[in-house]
Design a binder for this molecule. Structure first.
Ligand code: EPU
Length: 435
């Protein structure tokens, strides 16, 4: 497994460009299942989860082309026929958002078989709301042997109220509803920009969707969808991670190709912490100026503060003067980074869903373990202000959602390098050759 070696103490200076949003790209790739014509997606981030989705779609019979060179952020997905509308446990266990194919498959093929995801490092991640919603649209659902099988002649429009706000649940049902007969009204929907981006693509494909980005989405079902070309929105979580990196290291960082309108909650928290930022329509400049002020934080659904930025904000809180209280309201177990930050010298106590951080602590370098994607990001941030050289193990978690993070950070002055596990590379190569 690859490791990162990071030497702390360098301010980040210069310009860093944000990639396309992983969490918008994943549902948009799944949306290509809804049509027999090619869907072209631009600004696709080159991260592991995109590769996994590519494998998932290819296993169903889709042709998935990833561009090269200057076109490396473009993918063309052509699902002319889908002989095998299934998502296996092998793929779903490594990426829970694979369940996003359930709605589109049953809508297009009348049949889908998808592995149940099970728990993961950040919580239990059930999909009961996806299943309940598809049943309301008339799908017959059977759960056995760890798989969910959905079938329907044609889905029927319905009024669905989500018991709880769910991002991929909203996306899954939105995709299913585009090909249902009649009108579907989805209530208590997730308002994340990634949901609105998916709806944009679906409308370009011929769907009739109104209200995406608000709690109520109306969909008039159509008989068929066509191919389309779409550019994925910038990754607001990657942008937020760079904002904290610039602030923490006392740097002066210009974060380009982002959408500051999606960063409101993050920018206002940074302001409370005493961090100076300046936005243009597609960039934010952050000027780090220690000391930071302690401030409390509650994670919420969009437009609240994102759970995907909680771990990174905690790294900042370790460097603020005073006590910060962080409450994680979305996932029950998203504090796996705490023990590693404590090993680096942070003063953090966790009780249930609340973490109390007392700062400012001088962080010291250590060998630490990444447990999930955003936890890894918080450890990278902490290591960049720790004294000495830290070693981060299991950075494959980071590779799931951050594109060439070490190159981007090195480009603005961070001392970070990747130590490759050549033995793992050889095993991977042998596995590829064996196929
Ligand atoms: N939930 C249910 N039943 C369901 C679905 C969700 O009880 O059927 C619960 C979950 O257990 C959780 C809450 O609802 O407590 C919210 O979960 P949600 O369904 O919104 O999460 P998700 O769609 O599985 C997406 C992102 C996550 C991000 C969350 C919250 C994608 C591919 N993933 O997950 O991103 O944390 O929304 O914003 O969009 C990440 O990028 O690191 C990541 C984990």
């Amino acid at each position: 497994m690859d490791k990162f070696v990071i030497r702390g103490g360098e301010p980040l200076l210069g310009t860093v460009r944000v990639s396309g949003a992983k969490n918008a790209a994943l549902p948009c790739m799944a949306a290509a299942l809804l049509t027999d014509q090619p869907v072209i997606l631009e600004n696709i981030p080159q991260v592991r989860d995109i590769q996994t989705t590519r494998n998932l779609l290819a296993a169903m019979g889709a042709e998935v082309e990833l561009g090269y060179g200057r076109a490396q952020h473009r993918t063309t997905i052509h699902c002319a026929t889908l002989p095998s509308p299934e998502a296996s446990y092998e793929l779903v266990k490594t990426m829970r958002s694979s369940t996003l194919v359930l709605g589109p498959l049953v809508a297009r093929c009348g049949h889908a078989r998808v592995s149940l995801p099970g728990g993961c490092a950040i919580g239990s991640r059930p999909i009961d709301l996806h299943i309940k919603g598809l049943e309301s649209l008339g799908a017959k659902i059977v759960q056995e042997h760890g798989y969910v099988t959905a079938s329907a002649d044609r889905l029927q429009g319905a009024e669905i109220v989500f018991d709880k706000i769910t991002v991929t649940g909203t996306e899954d049902l939105l995709m299913a509803a585009t090909l249902a007969e009649g009108e579907t009204i989805l209530q208590n929907c997730a308002r994340e920009p990634e949901v609105a981006d998916l709806a944009d693509l679906l409308n370009k494909m011929g769907a009739k969707i109104e209200g995406a980005g608000t709690p109520t989405i109306r969909v008039q079902g159509v008989a068929k969808l066509k191919g389309a070309k779409h550019r994925i929105i910038p990754d607001r979580i990657e942008a937020g991670t760079f904002l904290i990196a610039g602030a923490l290291t006392g740097g002066d960082l210009n974060i380009t190709n982002c959408d500051p309108a999606h960063l409101d909650a993050i920018l206002s928290k940074l302001k409370q912490a005493g961090v100076k930022t300046k936005s243009t329509p597609d960039s934010v400049r952050v000027m780090g100026d220690n000391p930071f002020t302690a401030s409390d934080l509650n994670t919420e659904e969009y437009p609240g503060f994102p759970t995907d930025m909680q771990a990174q904000f905690m790294a900042l809180a370790t460097q603020a003067e005073g006590t910060s209280i962080i409450t994680e309201n979305i996932f029950e177990n998203r504090f796996m980074h705490v023990q590693e930050l404590v090993r680096m010298g942070a003063d953090i106590r966790v009780e249930g869903r609340t973490a109390t951080i007392r700062g400012k602590s001088q962080l010291s370098s250590a060998a630490v373990m990444c447990s999930d994607l955003r936890a890894s990001a918080s450890l990278v941030l902490a290591a960049m202000v720790a004294d000495g050289e830290s070693i981060l193990d299991r950075v494959y978690h980071m590779d799931r959602g951050y594109e060439r993070i070490e190159e981007k950070l090195r480009g603005v002055g961070a001392q970070i390098r990747r130590m490759r596990n050549v033995f793992a590379d050889r095993r991977e190569l042998a596995a590829v050759e064996a196929h």
